[in-house]
Structure formats: structure tokens, C-alpha cells
Design a protein around this ligand. Structure first.
Ligand code: MRU
Length: 333
């Protein structure tokens, strides 16, 4: 069965696969206003760092069209564009691609749309190159044998377009005949691993096992994984990594077990303006995502969507351009 596009620009509208409905339903959203886009991003119907960047880019094109139809002045347009950039704070791709495309606004709607579509093309192409480079790194770092790879959250085509980042690396290892199976964390509280990564791996015919988040570090300590591969929402200039909450524990366990901890990202996820992890804004989401349905009414939560893995726990960061040794393998620069 052919799948609808994860994200596309059709007749001046954004279409997006609703990632809150998967895997039970394949539903495409038609997004025609900035309000609808901001809603789709904040509810995680559209999510994953590179897709957030691409959605932000298309969002600028959408805002320009809506502004023309509704007679917005420049100040209103700038305000609406900022709302898109601010919809989620941690993934630097969103803010970055919005500002790249917004810089073309003075050239007119056609230039803005072309710039936005170029972001989508580049994202898909980047993920193909990341996948190959990451697989080559693992072949060298792990030696022979078929690999058991532990991953967290969702980093496949749903999050990235193309093959994905961490999941793209896993796919390239699989295509090389060097994969045993994938261990997928469920990824609390919104279950991107259980719902989305297991769905994508199933579609690809890649063997996988689903694990509770809390089990991940223990499974690694028992020698059940040969490597951990994750994506990121932002990598600071010193190599600290912001990724879905739960990543830090896996990195600690991987370091202790002496297995590679690989971070796969496009260059656009590296933020030279953030000196270290402490300068990366970490999104905190509504209590109800954690408390409902199990906790007593009125329970308060600490719902950080992301955590910071210090560079010293990272073996390497792989991008479409380069392999950067992390703190465990050299120095990040
Ligand atoms: O909250 P999400 O689902 O947008 O979080 C996504 C992640 O944490 C991914 O690991 C990250 O964006 C990298 S996607 C290639």
C-alpha cells in the first residue's frame, strides 16, 4: 500500500500525516492557516526535528498566502511567522528554517515557496547521506556480526522525510545485512517509539522488540544491545545533545557498558550559538500528558519533553557532511 506524504505543499496548502492518529489510523491533515499549523505542531501531529524545520519553512509560505488573502500588514505577517517559530522551543530546525525562508519574503510569494520546498528536498537528501555514514561508523566501531541496536523516540521518515536520522542509520545497517534487530523504547509519555517507530519498522520488515523506557539502561547493562543510536533536537557547540527525555539514561548505560552511543543529525540541528546544553531551552509540556489516565486527580507532573546528554557520553555525532567524534571518542569541534 502506498503511504501518503508525511508533509507536502499542495495547491497553496500544507498536507501532513497526523502523527497523533498513527498507527491506528492513517489520516492526512489539510492545513490552511497559521493557527492550524501551530496547533498541529504543539499537539505533535507534526513532529520530529527535521520535519518541524520543513513544516516551519512551509508555514512561512502559508503565512504569506494567508496574509495576502486577509490583508495583513508587514507587522502582522512578522508576528504570525514568529508564532510558527515559537511553536516548539527545543528543535532548533524549526526556528532556523523559518528564519531562512522568512528572509525571502521581500522577493515575493513565489520565491518564498521555492525556498520552502528546497528545505524539504534538502532534508530528504541529508537523511540519505546521514544513514550511510552512520552505518559505516557502526560497522567499524562494533566490528563484525549482526547488530542489536537500541533506539529511542521516532527518528524515521515520519520525523525527517527520506530515510530518517537514527532510524535511517538502522535501515542502512539492515540493508547491508548487518542488523539482528532493533530495541525500541516506548518513549513516554506520548509513545512515539511504540506508536511510530514500531509502525515504521513493521512497514520496512525490520525485526524489533518494544521495551519500557525504564528498562533501557538495564537491558544495555545485560549486554542486550551492541550500540545505541538516537537523533537529536539540538546539538550545542560543545557537543551536548538535547533529545527526547530518556536519552540521557541510555547514554550513561552505554558509556558504562562500553558500547557506542551514536547521535545522527542533519547539520541544521547543530546550534553553534548554543555554547552548551544548559543554554538549550527544554520544552515542558502539560501535566495531563503524564498524569492521565493513571494518577489521582490533581497530581502535578514534571513533564520535560527533552533531556541533555553531556558530550562526554557521546561516541560520535554523524551528519550528512561529517563524522564528529564526541567526548568519548575525541573532542567535539
Ligand atoms: O517530541 P518529538 O516527538 O518531536 O521528539 C522527537 C525526538 O526527540 C527525536 O529524537 C528528534 O526530533 C530527532 S528526529 C530525527
Amino acid at each position: 500500500m502506498s503511504q501518503p506524504d508525511v508533509l507536502a505543499w499542495r495547491d497553496g496548502q500544507i498536507t501532513a500525516l497526523d502523527q497523533t492518529a498513527l498507527p491506528r489510523r492513517i489520516r492526512t491533515l489539510r492545513i490552511t492557516t497559521v493557527d492550524q499549523l501551530v496547533q498541529a505542531i504543539t499537539t505533535l501531529a507534526v513532529r520530529g526535528a527535521p520535519v518541524l524545520g520543513a513544516a516551519g519553512a512551509l508555514g512561512v509560505a502559508l503565512a504569506v498566502r494567508q496574509g495576502r488573502a486577509e490583508g495583513w500588514d508587514d507587522a502582522r505577517l512578522a508576528k504570525e511567522v514568529s508564532r510558527i517559530a515559537d511553536a516548539r522551543p527545543t528543535a532548533v530546525n524549526l526556528r532556523r528554517e523559518v528564519s531562512v525562508v522568512a528572509a525571502r519574503i521581500p522577493e515575493g510569494a513565489a520565491a518564498v515557496e521555492a525556498a520552502a520546498l528546497a528545505v524539504l528536498d534538502l532534508a530528504a537528501e541529508a537523511s540519505r547521506r546521514i544513514s550511510k555514514r552512520g552505518a559505516a561508523y557502526l560497522a567499524q566501531a562494533c566490528g563484525g556480526g549482526r547488530l542489536r541496536i537500541h533506539t529511542h523516540c521516532n527518528t524515521g521518515s515520519l520525523a525527517c522525510l527520506g530515510w530518517g536520522t537514527a532510524l535511517g542509520v538502522i535501515r542502512a545497517v539492515h540493508e547491508a545485512g548487518a542488523l539482528s534487530h532493533v530495541i525500541v523504547d516506548e518513549t513516554r509519555p506520548l509513545l512515539q517509539g511504540a506508536r511510530l517507530t514500531c509502525w515504521e519498522l513493521g512497514q520496512l520488515g525490520i525485526e524489533h522488540r518494544l521495551a519500557c523506557d525504564g528498562a533501557g539502561p538495564f537491558l544495555i547493562s545485560r549486554g542486550l544491545a551492541d550500540a545505541v543510536v538516537v537523533g537529536a533536537d539540538r546539538v550545542a557547540a560543545n557537543g551536548d545533545v538535547a533529545n527526547k527525555v530518556g536519552t540521557y539514561g541510555l547514554a550513561l548505560a552505554a558509556s558504562r557498558a562500553g558500547i557506542p552511543f551514536l547521535v545522527a543529525v542533519p547539520e541544521s540541528t547543530i546550534d553553534e550559538a548554543a555554547p552548551d546544553g544548559r543554554s538549550i531551552p527544554l520544552e515542558q509540556r502539560p501535566d495531563e500528558e503524564v498524569t492521565v489516565p493513571a494518577a489521582p486527580p490533581g497530581t502535578k507532573a514534571l513533564n520535560f519533553a527533552f533531556d541533555i546528554t553531556p558530550a562526554e557520553l557521546v561516541s560520535a555525532v554523524v551528519t550528512e557532511e561529517r563524522l564528529i567524534p564526541g567526548g568519548r571518542g575525541g573532542s567535539f569541534s
